[in-house]
Write a protein of this length. Structure first.
Length: 102
């Protein structure tokens, strides 16, 4: 491990402290990245279900704004939830609502 570096300046000084490698880039697999992405997606899907439970007529744009993601991300998540048979759309796009399937 490298030793700290002390530097004097005209109006103060700076100490630089080095830490060891937090992640060995040669040892990182795509699986680590996939797991992080999956966890974020799973958490967002749970949030979508909670929001739909409270407001089953919310628009995809409103969901995107609440969760601070793009509308496209919400559409992709909603499609996944529909394929997993966790939600279904009842009625039309404008006048319908979302139903959570138990």
């Amino acid at each position: 491990m490298e030793q700290p570096v002390f530097e004097n300046f005209q109006h103060g000084f700076r100490v630089t402290v080095f830490v060891g490698k937090l992640i060995d880039p040669d040892n990182v697999t795509d699986n680590v990245t996939d797991n992080v992405t999956d966890n974020v997606t799973d958490k967002r899907e749970l949030l979508i279900l909670k929001i739909l439970k409270d407001d089953n007529q919310i628009s995809t744009m409103e969901l995107a704004e609440k969760l601070e993601v793009t509308k496209r991300t919400i559409l992709r998540d909603m499609e996944k939830l529909k394929k997993l048979k966790k939600i279904k759309r009842v009625g039309g796009e404008k006048s319908g609502h979302w139903e959570i399937i138990n």
